[in-house]
Write a protein that binds this ligand. Structure first.
Ligand code: NAD
Length: 246
């Protein structure tokens, strides 16, 4: 159900007046760029696999080629995608109002960055940047890995893995802390395209609200954190953000 125009107008006004805006984005942010959400990514060829199997260290160790191939397909999709009007609206807002916007993303694609939001806080890593599975005592260069599924180090046999945060792993050092600072300090938080099922990212909306922010969720469907928001707008990132931030 669509919220009345009055609620959208009031949110627009809040955003225009805010000294600090934090936008938490999830996979839905990039859906209209053609990058499948987590649920969509497990359809078709991959539908018989469990996400925890494909996106976990245990899954990778059990079948490195399978997991490598899944990420190779997703990486190709990211490279072929372009930022959508939602990414561009956020980047335009940041340009027009320097220092006001902090984007915190769970996405491992680079579409916020390519739209112009180079300082987005990335909670779950970067699918375009591989790293070694084991820490390497010889400091071997991942760029020198011998091609394969996955590529490996010709010297020590170490395997390359995608530079994303898998289930059960720690977030990149400093990223969660920076996101919490942004959530606690903002006047308005927008939560765009996230199911709210992945923690600790899902907790940022409640944190912002407790600290006094107005919280609005933008999502065509219900999310698990709708109760943390003052307002839920049922629509897509690319259709809602340009109107709210323009
Ligand atoms: P999710 O897949 O669990 O949920 C996606 C959410 O987006 C759903 O609530 C859905 O209703 C909503 N949605 C779908 N289309 C939308 C649109 N056009 N506009 C706005 N919302 C839309 O995603 P999540 O909450 O981000 O959590 C899943 C995890 O998967 C994250 O950790 C993320 O790192 C990872 N992931 C990332 C990408 C990416 O980088 N683009 C893609 C898939 C999964």
């Amino acid at each position: 159900m669509h919220e009345p125009d009055a609620a959208i107008g009031a949110l627009r006004e809040r955003l225009a007046q805010a000294a600090s805006v934090c936008v938490l984005t999830g996979a839905g942010m990039s859906a209209e760029s053609g990058i499948p959400t987590f649920r969509d990514a497990l359809t078709g060829l991959w539908s018989r696999f469990d996400p925890a199997q494909l996106a976990s260290e245990a899954g990778f160790r059990a079948d490195p080629a399978l997991v490598w191939d899944w990420y190779a397909e997703r990486r190709a999709g990211v490279l072929a995608a372009e930022p959508n009007p939602g990414h561009r609206a956020l980047a335009d807002f940041a340009r027009r109002r320097p220092g006001v916007l902090t984007v915190v993303t769970q996405n491992v694609d680079d579409l916020h960055q390519r739209a112009g939001n180079r300082r987005a806080i990335r909670l779950h890593g970067d699918i375009l940047r591989d790293r070694w599975l084991e820490s390497c005592p010889r400091d071997c260069d991942p760029a020198q890995a011998t091609p394969g599924r996955p590529p490996r180090c010709a010297d020590c046999g170490n395997l390359l893995r995608p530079g994303v945060v898998w289930f059960g792993e720690m977030l990149p050092a400093g990223a969660l802390e920076a996101a919490e600072v942004a959530a606690r300090g903002c006047d308005v938080m927008l939560v765009v395209g996230t199911s709210g099922a992945v923690w600790p990212a899902a907790g940022l909306a409640a944190l912002a609200r407790r600290a006094g922010a107005y919280v609005a969720i933008l999502n065509p469907a219900d999310s698990e954190i709708d109760a943390d928001a003052h307002l839920c707008l049922r629509g897509t990132a690319a259709t809602l953000l340009p109107g709210l931030l323009g």
